[in-house]
Design a protein. Sequence first.
Length: 258
Amino acid sequence: MNILFIGDIVGKPGRRAVAHFLPELLADKPIDFVIANAENSAGGLGTTPDVLDELMKLGVHGFTMGNHTWRKNVLIHALDRYPLVRPANYPPGVPGRGSMVLTLPDGRKLGVVNLIGRIYMEPNECPFLRGEREVSALQSETPVVLVDFHAEATSEKIALGWHLDGCCSAVLGTHTHVQTADTWIMPGGTAFQCDVGMCGPRDSVIGTIRDKVINRFITGMPEKFEVAGGPAVFCAVLLKVNDASGQTTSIERFMLHE
């Protein structure tokens, strides 16, 4: 099974990058599933049904989220309409689901888990214990399970990778918007990368207008951050996974520029 995972999509520039590069990749490579982190895809904060519809028309099959899941109220009432997961370690009783199974026409299945970190983030359930339970539950349906760990600290991401090595097909980091170069397959067959990177404006500070961010750092004064313009970058990874064992046999990292 070949799975393309797209990093955080940031606003219109990110969606434009997906529209530009995803059709080319789908035409050039044998890709079975496309999963994307959509938590910044509408105006840089959250997502909406209209944006999800737009991305699905481009070829995205499923979505993960993160700390901006609840930014758009319109999404809360539409969660069940979409192949979307929010962090599984959110408090019990919140809307949505933390994991899902997607099925190909030939019957092959992909499990997807979304987790959120606790270092420099809001307090939530332990992602290690919750992630272990979610992956174990999905394995009753499919050995192919992808985990999106939406977290800030590289140490926490690496630790979760080791914790789940051999239990899932991939642990892929999102949230920082900066693509890391630690792409590899761990000893147990789990693909890992601290952060897949973003689809968004290249000449920015993690997707936002750089002058506003610089001024905030210099003065400490509050600024309203806005999505930057200009050329965009497209960041993703392509996994090749053994359908029977769930082990990843190859991982390829992409950073494509408009």
